[in-house]
Design a protein around this ligand. Structure first.
Ligand code: SF4
Length: 243
């Protein structure tokens, strides 16, 4: 009989189609953990910050909800937050990952761009890693992205929220830094997807001009980024949860 953690700090478990990044449009179950200490300025999930709120569920309760939400139709889970890599949540996330993998689930982890956790990244199928731009007022060390490219080739994407030209220019700079590091230290490293996500802030309606600007900057420079908008916000508005 294995040892199981006594509870999981959960904000929500729900089924929806992926709204952003390279897997956009794919139905999956989201397991949203409760708790984040990163404090992005333009966070759209402030309700996930407080480690002391949300639900306290047993492993069995989490699994029951995942199975109910996905049914027999798909075994695909995205673990998100909050900050599922925070040391307070990490043991819970590792435990859940282990059990879901044993049951045959495909797992994506949403990583905030501040930590690489080898044990977890080895265990999941895909890593969605943020590069935090100046508008978030949080920094991502580009060396972490170079590390992912070497260690987790073919199973990660980088996502940058682009609010304005400053964010775009900063992302281009980080991209150049990563390319330079890789060309020096690991020249055979494969290309990886880096997605520009035009910001769609709480309370805004569809920011068409911002999206068109980001598309045009990207077309002009043609550095290999992809511009992918937040489809769930276009469809449901910027504030609706569980979509
Ligand atoms: S890491 Fe995610 S949940 Fe935490 S503050 Fe940033 S956007 Fe919000």
């Amino acid at each position: 009989m294995g040892f199981f953690l006594s509870f999981f700090a959960i904000n929500a478990i729900y089924q929806a189609s992926e709204g952003e990044g390279v897997h956009i449009g794919t139905p999956q179950v989201f397991v949203r953990f409760q708790g984040c200490a990163i404090g992005c300025f333009n966070c759209d999930s402030i309700d996930t910050w407080d480690f002391n709120t949300g639900e306290r569920l047993s492993l069995e309760q989490v699994l029951t909800q995942v199975i109910q939400q996905g049914g027999d139709r798909f075994k695909r889970v995205s673990i998100t937050g909050g900050d599922p890599l925070h040391p307070k949540l990490l043991p819970q996330v590792l435990e859940l990952t282990k059990v879901l993998k044993r049951k045959g689930y495909w797992i994506n982890i949403e990583a905030a761009g501040t930590r690489v956790v080898d044990e977890l990244f080895d265990a999941v199928d895909y890593i969605s890693f943020d590069y935090k731009t100046p508008s978030t007022k949080v920094r991502t060390n580009p060396a972490l992205i170079a590390k992912l490219a070497v260690q987790f080739a073919d199973k990660f994407q980088v996502k940058s929220v682009i609010e304005n030209r400053l964010d775009y220019d900063d992302t281009v700079k980080a991209f150049g830094f990563v390319e330079e590091m890789l060309s020096k230290d690991a020249p055979s490293t494969k290309k990886f997807p880096w997605v520009l996500t035009p910001a769609f802030n709480l309370g805004e309606s569809m920011p068409l001009n911002r999206v068109l600007d980001v598309i045009s900057w990207n077309e002009n420079d043609a550095l290999g980024f992809r511009v992918i908008t937040q489809q769930h916000k276009i469809l449901h508005g910027s504030e609706k949860k569980k979509v």
